[in-house]
Design a protein around this ligand. Structure first.
Ligand SMILES: Cc1cc2nc3c(=O)[nH]c(=O)nc-3n(C[C@H](O)[C@H](O)[C@H](O)COP(=O)(O)O)c2cc1C
Length: 369
């Protein structure tokens, strides 16, 4: 049997064993931006899954660009060494390709961890002043961010560049620019968060300007053959917000700048969005972006089942599948999907006897173990 999900994919100079990507997932478990043993366990477990690519969680390019005080950052030598330790550990146990999502949280920074309420940090809890394209709070009860001046935007761009240089020193395989879910770059893109009256607000061309400038600066700083992708918004799911047609234009501009892939997600810009959550609810956005731009495209959003993933790819709706919650629920998802689809998946040698084909009656456990 053959499977599209388990057909190799090439992105830039990177050969991926299959079309399963593990989406970035914040763990809120860093100390001063530095990964801890939690990340060693979390990313180590996911590295053994048999997926083709593993993207490290949204990583703040500066301390005030983190979502919470416990988010991972890449702005200090200590942060760099901590990520390197975890990446080298993952590499010692798995051939999975490892990338990092670089991010600035914008007006969604200075937040509490999900299990501590998700609200804005209170004074005394280490709150910091947030920044955004415009002085518009995320929602009632949230602090009003400072509208960024041009010199501060330049400084943030340079922080992205510095983090890309650190990513190169670590030896990461790819970078993904976070430009969705209502964080800083998505705030520039969305008319719901961007009310600027200068060259960075108003028309779509103006709203895209800063994210595209950041992308172009990253492309210059990041080795040419190494993939540089972006996670983008298909829809804000809110009246007057970002639309799938705008996603197509943005993806096309990114492609012109040397973007190797996009993953098309959505939501997060405003808290009262009406998101029609259901199986594959964002796949139509990926399909539209892929068909209208030809850029290598990942689909994401409640893709949980092997046949569902296979059908999305076989139907030409995406080039790869990204999974978040299903991978946390079942870190062996790719190996289970391979069994369902009747193909072979990779296992660490220590786990080879876990593969059901090794369970055949008549097979002994061997002389040892
Ligand atoms: C625990 C958790 C942490 C997440 N952190 C990030 C993140 O760091 N960056 C990001 O782009 N999306 C993040 N997401 C969103 C997922 O990557 C994904 O876009 C979303 O969950 C939909 O995919 P799913 O249905 O497969 O979970 C997170 C999701 C979860 C469940």
């Amino acid at each position: 049997m053959s499977s599209r999900l388990f057909t190799p994919l090439r992105i830039g100079e990177l050969e991926l064993a299959n079309r399963i990507a593990i989406a970035p997932m914040c763990q809120y478990s860093a100390v001063d931006g530095s990964m801890t043993d939690w990340h060693l366990m979390h990313l180590g477990t996911l590295a053994l899954s048999g997926a083709g690519m593993l993207t490290i969680e949204a990583t703040g390019v500066r301390p005030d660009g983190r979502i919470t005080s416990q988010c991972v950052g890449l702005y200090s030598d200590a942060n760099e060494a901590a990520i390197k330790r975890v990446v080298e550990f993952c590499r010692s146990i798995s051939p999975i390709r490892i990338g990092i999502q670089l991010s600035h949280a914008g007006r969604k920074g200075s937040s509490q961890r999900p299990w501590e309420g998700r609200g804005p940090l209170e004074p005394g809890q280490g709150a910091w002043e947030t920044v955004a394209p415009s002085a518009l709070p995320l929602a009632a009860g949230w602090p009003t961010p400072l509208a960024l001046a041009l010199s501060e935007m330049e400084s943030i761009k340079q922080s992205f560049v510095a983090a890309a240089q650190r990513s190169a020193s670590i030896g990461l395989d790819y970078i993904e620019l976070h430009s969705t879910h209502g964080y800083l770059l998505a705030e520039f893109l969305s008319p719901l968060a961007n009310r600027r009256t200068d060259d960075y607000g108003g028309s779509l061309e103006n709203r895209m300007r800063f994210p595209l400038e950041v992308f172009a600066a990253l492309r210059k700083a990041w080795p040419a053959g190494k993939p540089l992708g972006a996670k983008i918004t298909g829809s804000d799911f809110a009246a007057g917000g970002w639309t799938p047609d705008e996603a197509v234009v943005y993806a096309r501009e990114l492609k012109k700048l040397g973007c190797d892939y996009v993953t098309v997600s959505g939501g997060g810009t405003v808290l009262d969005a009406k998101i029609p959550v259901g199986p594959g609810y964002q796949v139509p956005f990926a399909e539209q972006v892929l068909k209208e731009t030809g850029i290598t495209t990942g689909a994401i959003g409640l893709i949980t089942d092997a046949q569902q993933a296979e059908q999305i790819l076989a139907g030409g709706k995406a080039d790869f599948i990204a999974l978040a919650r299903a991978m946390l629920f079942n870190p062996r998802w790719p190996q289970h999907a391979a069994v369902t689809l009747g193909v072979e998946a990779a296992y660490a040698p220590q786990y080879e006897r876990a593969a059901p084909k090794a369970w055949r009656p008549g097979r002994t456990l061997g002389k040892v173990g």
